[in-house]
Design a protein around this ligand. Structure first.
Ligand code: 5GP
Length: 181
């Protein structure tokens, strides 16, 4: 029987880098979400996300294809139900990189899911990382920082909080939490 591991954290906390490194382990599989956000430079459909139109997303909601979904900074994001069910049948750790709204929905449906909140070492690091991601428009960056403040207030609802200071230590800590050593 597989396990679900939820990874949340404010934009710029390094979630995607951490999840991509964790996925190098064949026992860990990352869920590919569906979103209406436009792709960033280098992002690929079916690899980073399934990029769809708002109408397509709303159709997926009606068809009950999503196990959770949320609106984040004006775009829809959601987790497909079928790949999650398939991963649970296998002995895999299915990693969901989702926001706090999605994490709450998953915890309700799958109370045994392990939830991890990734924290940046300091707020100024968030700003630096968001700035480095130079595809973010100023407006978008400010909105993400505002949302980050709100998201941080939810961190105590998670099973674990991990400060992403040293990437190697972070990976090691999460591997221990999900029990793949
Ligand atoms: P980004 O636009 O930076 O890729 O993602 C924005 C936020 O949406 C991040 O907090 C990310 O974890 C979250 N997110 C990505 N996929 C999903 C999903 O399927 N469901 C939910 N609820 N949030 C998601």
């Amino acid at each position: 029987m597989g396990k679900i591991a939820i990874i949340s954290g404010p934009s710029g906390s390094g979630k995607t880098t951490v999840c991509n490194l964790l996925e190098k382990d064949p026992r860990i599989k990352k869920s590919i979400s569906v979103t209406t956000r436009p792709p960033r430079n280098g992002e690929k459909h079916g690899e980073d996300y399934y990029f769809v139109s708002p109408a397509e997303f709303e159709q997926m909601i009606r068809n009950k294809e999503l196990v959770e979904y949320a609106m984040y900074c004006g775009y829809y994001y959601g987790t497909l139900i079928h790949p999650l069910e398939d991963a649970l049948k296998k002995d895999l750790i299915y990693m969901l990189e989702i926001d706090v709204q999605g994490a709450l929905q998953i915890k309700k449906k799958f109370p045994q899911a392990i939830s991890i909140f990734l924290l940046p070492p300091e707020k100024k690091t968030l700003l630096q990382r968001l700035k480095q991601r130079n595809t973010n428009k100023e407006q978008d960056m400010l909105l993400r920082l505002e949302v980050a403040d709100k998201e941080l207030t939810y961190k105590d609802m998670y099973d674990y909080c991990v400060v992403n200071d040293d990437l190697e230590v972070t990976i090691d800590t999460i591997r221990k939490i999900v029990n793949v050593n």
